[in-house]
Design a protein around this ligand. Structure first.
Ligand code: PGA
Length: 268
């Protein structure tokens, strides 16, 4: 069975002091949490947090929120895979905030996928539609195939372009409907319902199976992201296709995040 994975995406939040307290609390709780935990702080806190996580239980590690695909060069403000290697184990790629605010294209994201895999960084590739998809009555209330193909499945296929079978089993896919991602306030949280997310994730897994075979598809972890909190995690974690969550806003409070991990770890 795929072990639940909970990713905390801190986005552009936390001071060094906040980040240290948050990571320390999570590290101290991790041993009792039956999930894999990835903390993705802002780049500048990766090195100090690597120290905080020194000697941490093996189920907690660091991830980066983004990177460039090039090893080095005249790219002001960018971070390369070589710089992350050895500090971060995971890297989030293609988050909708990068696609929207920094105009990242599917091709650019695909280049980063290759760079991450070639440098032993595990990509957490994010895909998601902008508007809630209409449900198809004949398909037992699942989003329609045409809608799925036009956005979510397309993004995944493009991200996987040229990725080999061996590489594919390592990746994590995060299904993040853009409309469900909070805008930074508790009031703006509007998560998808579990059945909807499960239906989309089932189709994402089928896409992986068609390309790489059912055995690989069963090994790839596919998680859900979008307004997950301690009060909504159960909606997702008991769905058969959902292997965990990418948590934004609610990952900034230690108690809330640990509670999410505890509930996810309690999954049958
Ligand atoms: P949120 O962010 O949990 O704050 O909605 C999720 C995400 O960005 O994936």
């Amino acid at each position: 069975m795929r072990r639940p994975l909970i990713v905390g995406n801190w986005k552009m939040n936390t001071s060094l002091a906040d980040a240290t307290v948050l990571a320390t609390s999570i590290r101290n709780a991790a041993e009792d949490l039956d999930v894999e935990i990835v903390l993705c702080p802002p780049f500048v806190w990766l090195i100090p947090l690597a120290e905080v996580l020194d000697n941490a239980p093996p189920n907690v590690c660091l991830g980066a929120q983004n990177m460039h695909f090039a090893d080095k060069g005249p790219l002001t403000g960018e971070i390369s895979p070589l710089m992350l290697k050895g500090i971060a184990k995971y890297v989030i790629l293609g988050h909708s905030e990068r696609r929207i605010h920094f105009s990242e294209s599917d091709e650019f994201i695909n280049d980063k996928m290759h760079a991450a895999l070639n440098n032993n960084l595990i990509p957490i590739i994010c895909v998601g539609e902008h508007k809630k998809m209409p449900l198809d009555k004949r398909e037992r209330g699942r989003p329609t195939k045409t809608e799925l193909r036009s956005d979510v499945l397309n993004q995944l296929s493009k991200a996987l372009d040229g990725v080999s079978r061996n590489q594919a089993e390592k990746i994590v896919i995060s299904y993040e409907p853009v409309w469900a991602i909070s805008k930074g306030t508790v009031q703006s949280r509007n998560s998808a319902d579990g059945a909807y997310a499960n239906a989309v994730i089932e189709r994402l897994r089928q896409t992986v199976a068609r390309k790489y075979g059912e055995d690989i598809a069963q090994r790839v972890r596919i998680i859900y992201g979008g307004s997950v909190s301690a009060s909504t995690i159960n909606e997702f974690i008991y769905q058969p296709e959902i292997d965990g969550a990418l948590v934004g806003g609610a990952s900034l409070q230690a108690k809330e995040f640990i509670n999410i991990c505890r509930q996810a770890g309690g999954r049958e």
